[in-house]
Every structure is written in C-alpha cells, then in structure tokens.
Design a protein around this ligand. Sequence first.
Ligand code: FPP
Length: 241
Amino acid sequence: MNDKSKVPTHVSIIMDGNGRWARQRGQERVYGHSHGVESVRACVEAAAENGVRYLSLFAFSEENWGRPEAEVNTLMALMFKSIAGEMEALKKQGVRFRVLGNLDRIDKDLLASIREAEAMTAPPVGKEPLLDLIIFLSYSGKWDILQAAKSLAKKYSTDPEGLDNAGLDEFGDLLVTAGVPDPDLIIRTSGEQRISNYLLWQAAYSELLFVDTLWPDFGKEEFRSALEEYAKRNRRYGKVK
Ligand code: FPP
C-alpha cells in the first residue's frame, strides 16, 4: 500500500464463521473460536505493518449471551487466555489494548485482567501507540446509543435549553467509542451481509466489505486485499465529488 492517504485510519471487523469452519472439519464450534484467535494475531500484525492506526474487532455481542453456556464460557476463557498470553508481545509492538462494551456483565476476574492489560499497554503520556487494538465485548450498537442517551438526559436533567442545544459531537462523546474515530472500513467475514447491531451510530459513513472467507481462514493476505479494495472506493459522505 504506497498511497498513505488511501489507508483507512480505522478498520473494524465482524469476525464471523468460526462455527461453520469447525463443522466443516467435523469439530465442535469452539474449535473454530480457538483458531479464530490466530486470525486476530495475523490481523493485528497486518494492520500495524500497513499503517492502520485503529483495529477494532467484534468479539462478543450482547446477543451472544444467549448462546449455550459452554460456548459462552469457552469464549470468555479464550479472551482470558489471550490476554495472559499476548499482552507482553502487544506492549513490545507498541499496540494499545482496549475493551469496550457493557462490561457490567463480565466476570470480575476477567474484568480485572482486562483493566490490567489496558493499563499495561497504555503508552506513556504524550506518546501515541503504533496501533490501538479495540475489542468489542458484550457490545451492541443499540445498547451503546441508549446508554449515551441516558447520560445526555442525566447531564441536562435540570437544563432543558442545554439539552435542546446538544449536538452530534456531544452525543458521540457519550458513546463508549468516545475519542476513537469512526471506522473507515467495516469487514464482515463468512459471506453474511448484515451489520448485526454493531457500531450503528459510528458506521454512518463506513465503507462495508463482505467477504466469503470464514474468520479462521482470514489472515494477513486477506487483510491486505481488503485494504486494496478500500483504496478503490470513492467516499463522498453524501456530497458530490
Ligand atoms: C463468530 O463466529 C465469532 C464469534 C462469536 C467469536 C469471535 C471470537 C474469537 C475469534 C476469539 C476470541 C477473540 C479475541 C479477541 C481473543 P460464529 O460462531 O458466529 O460462526 P458461525 O456463524 O459459523 O456459527
């Protein structure tokens, strides 16, 4: 990727197809999730190598709490294991790790390890990380908009005029993604073509890319191809170009 202006600042991925990948191999769904962690590693490397500044991944939705308990537990255990195993390497690479979502629902030991990993990978004051890796956990777009609306209502509970004057930026700063630029490119793997209650507000002008590859098969090469596809897009933001 030579033209830096055509590299997306923020790439976000809906990682889909782990279950199907496992079934194709006669294995349980969780086998696909374990292999999915390797794709996460490959995409972090590919993002850093290609000058992407933010990589965010939809790891677990609010709706995913409704999956069988054993699968939910495996996904949370994978998260725990990945944090323990990968944080040193991420820190060395200059990657800042963050987790966003409705974390009230997360087990307290996992939450403690998340907070520890976030503190450990936070760069020194005044220094930018090479890459922000954001994991969306127990997240849904509608939940995010609702919690922001409640915060706005509370902020202006005694100031109706202030509420009338509140604008888009002020509202955006109450979402869990405050300070993170909206995704330029959202990729969904596995051939499904929907947004599944992901970054509903933040995706207003994202380029969408749906690829047939199942998540455990999505590696560096596929990530680079997605960047090439993005570079061909003509973004107009509702204007004429
Ligand atoms: C979707 O595939 C994938 C998930 C719900 C979980 C994604 C999680 C990981 C890759 C592992 C943990 C992540 C990190 C960041 C360490 P699916 O199960 O819906 O697949 P299917 O549609 O084929 O059933």
